[in-house]
Design a protein around this ligand. Structure first.
Ligand code: IPD
Ligand code: CA
Ligand code: CA
Length: 265
C-alpha cells in the first residue's frame, strides 16, 4: 500500500528543490534545442529537471511508472498501478523568453484515477496542490469549491490561434464565444492556466491539443474543487493520448458545450 502522506511530503520537498535550481539557472546560459518544429523548444534545464525527479522517484518508489515529457521515464502501455506524469517545465517558451509564466507540473494516478496534483509557479512561489477527497490548496491557503458563473461574466483562457485559420478547429466555432464572454486571456502554460481555473482567476480554459503531462496535475486539482475537465465534446480524457482540453467551472461547462461546442462533429 502506498503511503500517500509520505509521497506528498517527498514531492513537495523535491518540487521546492527543483524550483530553486531552476531559479538559479536564470544566471546561466541556456542550451536551447527545437523538437517537432522551430517553436517547440526544450532546454538543458527541462531535461535536468525531469532527470532530477525521475532519479528521486526511482530510488523511493521503484515499482511506480513514470511518464515524462522529455522521455527519460517509461513507455507506458497502461495506467495500471501508480503512475507519475511529469512536465518538468510547462511553458518552456515563456521560461526562455520571459523568465516567468511557467511551472513544474506533476500528477500522480493510481489505476487511472488522479490521486495527487501539483503545479508550482516557481517565480511567484505559488504551489497549487490537491489530494483527491482532501481538498485543494495554493500554498497553505485552502481553495474554495468552484461556483457557477454565466457566460457573460466569464474570463476564459483561449489562444488566438483557435479563432484564426488553423488545422484543428473551424475558427467560426469559438469566435462567437470570444464575443460573448467578459474577456479572454492566454498565458502560454497549460498547467498555469489550469491552476488559474482552480483558483478562480479564470473561469474556463479551452485548447486544441495537449499531452498528458500538460494536464495530469491540473485535472486532479480542478476536479477536487468540483470543476470539470474533458475533451471539447464533453467526453472523459484518455491520459495515454494527446487530446483537446476543456476545463471549466461547473455549470459553465454545460453552457459552453450546449451553445458553442455542439457544432463540433
Ligand atoms: C506547452 C504549453 C503551452 C501549450 C502547448 C504545450 P511546454 O507546453 O503548455 O501553453 O499551448 O501546447 O506544449 O512544451 O512548454 O511544456
Ligand atoms: Ca507542457
Ligand atoms: Ca515541458
Amino acid at each position: 500500500m502506498t503511503n500517500w502522506k509520505e509521497v506528498d511530503d517527498n514531492i513537495k520537498h523535491w518540487i521546492k528543490e527543483a524550483g530553486t535550481k531552476i531559479r538559479q539557472s536564470f544566471e546561466t546560459e541556456l542550451t536551447i534545442q527545437t523538437k517537432s518544429n522551430r517553436n517547440d523548444l526544450v532546454t538543458n534545464i527541462d531535461k535536468e529537471t525531469e532527470q532530477y525527479f525521475i532519479g528521486k522517484i526511482r530510488r523511493e518508489y521503484p515499482n511506480h511508472q513514470i511518464l515524462g515529457e522529455e522521455g527519460y521515464g517509461d513507455q507506458l502501455q497502461s495506467l495500471d498501478g501508480t503512475t507519475w506524469i511529469i512536465d518538468p517545465i510547462d511553458g518552456t517558451m515563456n521560461f526562455i523568453h520571459q523568465q516567468r509564466n511557467f511551472a513544474i507540473s506533476i500528477g500522480i494516478y493510481h489505476d487511472g484515477v488522479g490521486i495527487l496534483g501539483y503545479i508550482y509557479d516557481i517565480v511567484h512561489d505559488e504551489l497549487y496542490h490537491a489530494k483527491k477527497g482532501e481538498g485543494a490548496f495554493m500554498n497553505e491557503i485552502k481553495l474554495s469549491p468552484l461556483p457557477s458563473v454565466t457566460i457573460q461574466d466569464a474570463i476564459i483562457a483561449l489562444n488566438a490561434t483557435w479563432v484564426t485559420e488553423n488545422n484543428r478547429i473551424d475558427p467560426k466555432i469559438l469566435a462567437p464565444l470570444v464575443k460573448d464572454v467578459r474577456g479572454t486571456r492566454s498565458y502560454g502554460s497549460a498547467a498555469l492556466e489550469m491552476a488559474y481555473v482552480a483558483s478562480g482567476r479564470l473561469d474556463a480554459y479551452i485548447t486544441m491539443r495537449l499531452a498528458p503531462w500538460d494536464i495530469a496535475a491540473g485535472k486532479v486539482i480542478i476536479e477536487e474543487l468540483g470543476g470539470t475537465v474533458t475533451n471539447l465534446k464533453g467526453e472523459p480524457l484518455n491520459l495515454l493520448e494527446k487530446s483537446p482540453i476543456f476545463a471549466s467551472k461547473p455549470g459553465l461547462h454545460e453552457l459552453i458545450l450546449k451553445k458553442y461546442l455542439h457544432k463540433l462533429v
